[in-house]
Design a protein around this ligand. Structure first.
Ligand SMILES: [Fe+2]
Length: 393
């Protein structure tokens, strides 16, 4: 997904003496899987470890809901309130050990430099724009961009305007990358992939910070505040394959078929026990006898979350922009009553825009998710007659 890149000045060989104006530069390996995986090498003006104080910060505000029933969910994300900033204002809705899923609706700019030490982050910018600054340089982003930020990236996101910004936030325990089936043996994306390396935008200009700096390190949901001797954006150059990227969802090339194509054709990112897909506007199912809707399905090994971004969701009733659906393992789901009949006269195309997250271990909803739950959604496939009065609240 990320091709090898160079930005700034680097020495001719790895691990050789390197100076700037007579002063030594300090090489840092930014590596996955210890020393054995993909990596970048950064060259700092100051020792990257140097700190003179640390203190406890805040923790992710999140309480797991102890549900007494297990039901399909519609979470009304548009009911969430504007809160805090893009780092501390993440409102977590569904979590497990592999991923946290939530929304951020920031009221103000990010306060401090921030680094996630235990998760890769995928931020989908539903609304808003700005610049991601980090030790890798500056990366401008806009509406409908995914930002994929490797753990260890010390960043600050400057929003063009906090008000109105809406970001789907995913913190992923595994390494977020393109699915292996999209890559050739040498790692290059193949002709069969729904995107190419050209679609992934890297940082383009090195950032320069100076002086002491406070950095918030989040590890396992807890923040530790580090007082660094020097600003971490002191890099004169780097090279490698681990760095933040932006990818616009409209650069995902959709697949369509004479009959319905299943979600794996829409897969965008991959991580351990997590799949992220993009549903983008596309032609649909052009055989005259094709059913132009998803078929009912039981995902026997996964929970399925859809985040609705834009367009018309023909198969879902009551869903709007900012909604999440959570279809849980053990139950089938599919189009609701009336959707099939309504599809007969529609043009064979869709303008839906959505992000899907499949998790291969069950998700738990938070108490915040309970507060925005549509109580009627589990019964939205019910066709007439009296239904039980048992509350799921
Ligand atoms: Fe589904």
């Amino acid at each position: 997904m990320r091709p090898y890149r160079v930005l700034g000045n680097i020495p001719r060989k790895r691990h050789m003496r390197f100076q700037e104006n007579g002063s030594p530069l300090y090489e840092e390996l930014f590596g996955r899987e210890g020393f054995s995986g993909p990596s970048s090498l950064l060259y700092h003006r100051f020792m990257p470890e140097a700190a003179h104080d640390l203190s406890e910060g805040t923790a992710d505000a999140m309480t797991i809901d102890r549900e007494q029933v297990h039901a399909q969910g519609h979470l009304k994300g548009s009911d969430l309130a504007i809160e805090s900033d893009l780092v501390t204002g993440r409102q977590w809705l569904m979590v497990n050990d592999d991923i946290k899923i939530g929304l951020a609706l920031p009221a103000r700019q990010q306060e401090a430099l921030y680094v996630n030490g235990s998760a890769d982050e995928v931020l989908f910018v539903h609304e808003g724009s700005g610049t991601l600054h980090s030790q890798f340089g500056s990366l401008a982003f806009g509406r409908h961009d995914y930002l994929v930020i490797p753990r260890g990236t010390v960043y600050r996101i400057d929003l063009a305007e906090p008000k109105g910004t809406k970001v789907l936030c995913l913190e992923v325990t595994g390494f977020v990358d393109a699915p292996p089936r999209y890559r050739a043996n040498n790692g290059q994306l193949t002709e069969f992939a729904p995107y190419s390396e050209r679609d992934f935008r890297p940082p383009v200009q090195l950032d320069a910070g100076s002086g002491a700096a406070e950095v918030w390190l989040k590890f396992g949901g807890h923040i530790t505040k580090y007082q660094r001797d020097q600003h971490p954006w002191d890099v004169v150059g780097w090279d490698g394959t681990i760095y933040p990227i932006a990818f616009n969802i409209h650069d995902f090339e959709p697949r369509a078929g004479r009959f319905h194509v299943p979600p794996p054709f829409h897969q965008t990112f991959n991580a351990h026990n997590v799949v992220i897909c993009s549903f983008v506007p596309r032609k649909l199912d052009w055989d005259p006898d094709a059913v132009m809707l998803p078929y009912h399905h039981s995902n026997l090994d996964s929970d399925e979350v859809l985040y609705y971004v834009d367009g018309n969701y023909a198969a879902r009733r009551g869903i709007k922009q900012g909604s999440f659906t959570h279809h849980v393992g053990g139950l089938p789901h599919g189009p609701q009553p009336g959707a099939l009949e309504a599809s007969f006269d529609r043009p064979r195309e869709t303008d839906e825009l959505a992000v899907m997250i499949d998790t291969f271990r069950p998700l738990q909803r938070t108490t915040l998710a309970r507060q925005i739950t549509d109580r009627e959604y589990p019964f939205s496939w019910h066709t007439g007659g009296v239904r039980g009065t048992t509350s799921i609240a």
